[in-house]
Design a protein around this ligand. Sequence first.
Ligand SMILES: [Ca+2]
Ligand SMILES: [Ca+2]
Length: 446
Amino acid sequence: MLFRTGYAQPKYNVLFIAADDLNNDLGCYGNTYVQSPNIDRLAGSGIRFDRAYNQFPLCSPSRTSLLTGLRPDVTKIYDLKEHFRERNPGLVTLPQLFKNSGYFSARVGKIFHYGVPSQIGTNGLDDPDSWHQVINPKGRDKDEEDQVINLTPNRGLGSALAWHIAGGADDEQTDGLIVTEAIKLLEKKKSDPFFLAVGFFRPHTPYIAPKKYFDLYPPATVPLAREIENDLDDIPDAALFTKPPHWGVKEADRRKVHGAYYASISFMDAQVGRLLDALKSLGLSDNTIVVFWSDHGYNVGQHGQWMKQSLFENSARVPFIISVPGGLKNEACGRTVELLDIYPTLAELCSLKAPETLGGKSLAPLLRNPRSAWDKPAYTQVRRGQIFGRSVRTERWRYNEWDEGKQGKELYDHDKDPDEFYNLAGKEAYAGVQKELAALLKKGFP
Ligand SMILES: [Ca+2]
Ligand SMILES: [Ca+2]
């Protein structure tokens, strides 16, 4: 049934699930400590992309790029303030394409950018043209912000190492309410073709979840990121977001915050489970494509770094799963893919005519055969004040230039150094590889 041509295609629904600030610390990605049984179940029903990368590890630039299908240098959205319609009023977003094509298009929670936690319960930086209906739940996490413990009080709550062990049940939290509302929409719209976007606010800081999720991760048992002595000596200063390392937070406290991040992941994962259960019980699993993505990754202590806005693997890489009815199940794809590829992929799967200007490439060939030939690398960039850091990732290498190389270069061999401990840029033995990657980087940032 899948990809058959010459016959009328069945009209797939799309359940589009977004997590906020979720890295790859999940069971299905090989993490044996974090409990994510529901995202793992989804991976078992589809294809897990093992080398998926975001285009700009910060909420709004990343989400804008994914949802418009355009690279950040085209949308020019590099910050959390400007709305992409200001410069690009005529763009057709991914949900808008579905809306224009006879689908019911709805959003529950955070899909376009929202300030977290400040804008929970509002429309945030939404794009009204993308949806027929929007719902903005607000849970007790919002009401209990004064109870949050903040280890970095000089940082705003949306960018702090901060948590709160909540009382009450899952569905009193914003993300729980989001699923409750999403299920109501599924029940109401199950006979229409729909594009339903469900956007979670967790695990984004402040890490708030009911107590039972914190109980899974006693701080003393949390495995901290591997660090080696003098790791920072070969890293350009511009590459570092968290200064001083760990913002000076001591190990005992870092364990608490690290466990709190994982509690937030398991809480969000449980909400994914409720959604998948509803899809099944409503008889929608057989005609609904499920896509799960995070807007960017998250450092949890690697190189002394926390959160996003860096070009290290943990920040650039994202969990990304697609499950297509009748398609391959429980497969992994190791090709380098970009969040930018989601737009053309969903358009192709649903036989919609995508705009010709899209920056990504349909992943349909990889959904048919995850080992298909593929020569497209992944590009990621960040802004540091007035300069950019730009990165290209192939299946083996990561190569970064800061301010076009004037403020440093990094080259990492992921075959031998998956932690990116040893910067090989400028080393004679790697001059040939570096030259090739520099040319590839330039291709991505013309
Ligand atoms: Ca985010
Ligand atoms: Ca190093």
